[in-house]
Design a protein around this ligand. Structure first.
Ligand code: CDV
Length: 275
């Protein structure tokens, strides 16, 4: 049976360090409404789409160091996380999704409520919201790149391993929009098991947001290959698992760091149908 789903890949430009959430959300609403005008039923936003890519800064110098520092006296850091979803600030996105009957996928930084041991967890998270404005699934990033400690030799930091835990949940699919969906986040797209684990669960479309700096400090010889690698992995993942892949960037120069754009919708044949 042929099914049709109109998907908008809503690439974002830079978000400034001091840009208020309300302004970012206005930008997302503009894109959601534009998607609705184009007939989209689903609009996909990138990784950490509510804030600047804050892992590029070492923000808790005053703390005791390591992961335990997180959650201490780190006001700027804490401000980048969402403690509930929908939050007061993001409720308008859910309301607009319902009004327009356009679902969305959105990446954000998540700070969980305390678990049974009283620990709160920090994840790099993505959620899928259906056309009624209900959350149908969340995914927490598995492959956390970068480093845990301050590395001043770098032009900019990539402290995802300090600010986020690896998800213990793995990859799951969700029934929505008349099909079977999976989510992945940025670095996940580089590894075959991401697509395979989702493919084995019948994923028909994998939604991937990313922030990919064009300067890869551990091995700058790979910098000219960034575009090639981006398409290589997503096209291979799509073809090898017979699934659509929607890869959406936050691109451009954000706080002085140039990031890859190259947002693409890829068919199960491995072909890029829109970029
Ligand atoms: N946000 C990311 O996960 N970025 C990585 C970079 C650091 C290599 C990526 O895979 O694009």
């Amino acid at each position: 049976m042929t099914r049709e789903l109109v998907v908008g890949a809503a690439q974002l430009g830079p978000i400034a360090r001091d840009e208020p959430r309300s302004e970012v959300i206005e930008r997302l609403l503009t894109l959601l409404r534009r998607g609705a005008r184009y007939g989209c039923e689903l609009v996909v936003f990138p990784e950490l789409a509510l804030t600047t890519f804050f892992p590029r800064w070492y923000l808790d110098e005053g703390g005791p160091g390591g992961r335990d520092a997180i959650g201490g006296d780190t006001n700027e850091l804490d401000a980048y996380y969402e403690e509930e979803m929908p939050s007061v600030a993001t409720q308008v996105l859910f309301d607009e999704a319902k009004r327009l009957a356009v679902g969305f996928c959105l990446g954000y930084a998540e700070l969980t409520p305390p678990d049974a041991d009283g620990r709160r967890h920090r994840y790099n998270t993505s959620m899928l919201v259906d056309r009624t404005g209900e959350i149908v699934g969340t995914y927490r990033k598995v492959h956390i790149p970068g480093h845990e400690d301050h590395e001043p030799w770098r032009k900019f930091q990539h402290l995802e391993r300090r600010y986020f835990e690896e998800s213990p949940d793995g990859f799951r699919t969700f029934e929505a929009f008349g099909g079977t969906f999976g989510m992945a986040i940025c670095n996940d797209r580089r590894w075959p098991e991401t697509y395979r684990v989702l493919g084995l669960q019948g994923a028909e479309m994998v939604l991937i947001g990313y922030n990919t700096p064009l300067d890869y400090a551990p091995d700058p010889s790979q910098n000219p290959l960034q575009s090639f690698h981006n398409h290589l992995v997503m096209q291979a993942g799509a073809y090898q698992n017979g699934t659509w892949v929607v890869g959406v960037a936050k691109g451009g120069i954000e706080e002085g760091v140039e990031s890859l754009a190259q947002t693409a919708i890829i068919a199960p044949s491995g072909q890029i149908v829109a970029q």
